[in-house]
Design a protein around this ligand. Sequence first.
Ligand SMILES: NC(=O)c1ccc[n+]([C@@H]2O[C@H](COP(=O)([O-])OP(=O)(O)OC[C@H]3O[C@@H](n4cnc5c(N)ncnc54)[C@H](O)[C@@H]3O)[C@@H](O)[C@H]2O)c1
Length: 262
Amino acid sequence: MSILRGRTALVTGSTQGIGLAIAQTMAAAGADVVLHGIDPDERGRGIAAELAATHGVRTAYLRADIARAAEAAGLVAAATQALAFPDLLVNNAGIQHTAPIESFPDDKWDAIVAVNLSACFHTMKAAVPGMRERGFGRIVNIASVHGLVASVNKAAYLAAKHGLVGLSKGVALETATDGITVNCICPGWTDTPLIQPQIDARAAAVGGDRAAGVRELLREKQPNLTLLPPARIGDVAVFLCGPAAAGITGIALPVDGGWTAQ
Ligand SMILES: NC(=O)c1ccc[n+]([C@@H]2O[C@H](COP(=O)([O-])OP(=O)(O)OC[C@H]3O[C@@H](n4cnc5c(N)ncnc54)[C@H](O)[C@@H]3O)[C@@H](O)[C@H]2O)c1
């Protein structure tokens, strides 16, 4: 399947977890891929080289801290210089912190809003003009079920992810006649390092091991009782960037094992 051959993807936060899975799935579909993260150049370039060798595509790695607005805003130009203009943009990088509102640290609020929301604004702002010029663009923003529904102790994450869903709908409308689509994927519990602290907390609460912690998390919210493999999110991202999804824009698509059906 080479439905993305001839396209160049920029995937933020793509050295591990869902971002790496998206990069791998897109490369498998034929796209050239610009990986991004905060890892040292040597590690990032190693992952990029492996991806290129496995899938026969071109890759590059960009190191940038997108909590800083200027670094997020510069990513599209840097990707263009490193490989080509990214006509597929996946805003995936994200961070989490859980605490009740009255003790939620101010610096965690600022960081989560900066990475999970503001960085997406900056990359989209930078990408849309070039997409318009080309009459083609695909933007996929990795939101969360927490962009659609709430859970306790996630004030900043909820605000950022709900904000990202709204922002994406707005940009979808602004670009609807330009050959550009803008959509969110809203994953439920997915098997990545991001959720490990929450698994550990649940495991500790029931005095069990990691498997017990995972069971507790799933039992509460995710009806299919299965942690999503990150590759399932990659598959949906490739679909949203492919020809079959040309008529889909402005949606927030749950991939959540039934979480938001409840
Ligand atoms: N894992 C889940 O259950 C789940 C569920 C719903 C949504 N999500 C979302 O999926 C996305 C990917 O999460 P994941 O689970 O793969 O997490 P992860 O922690 O495995 O990966 C996040 C990536 O973002 C990068 N990143 C973080 N801060 C950055 C910064 N300041 N600058 C540059 N890069 C930065 C990290 O280096 C890492 O590569 C996030 O937006 C997350 O909110 C995850």
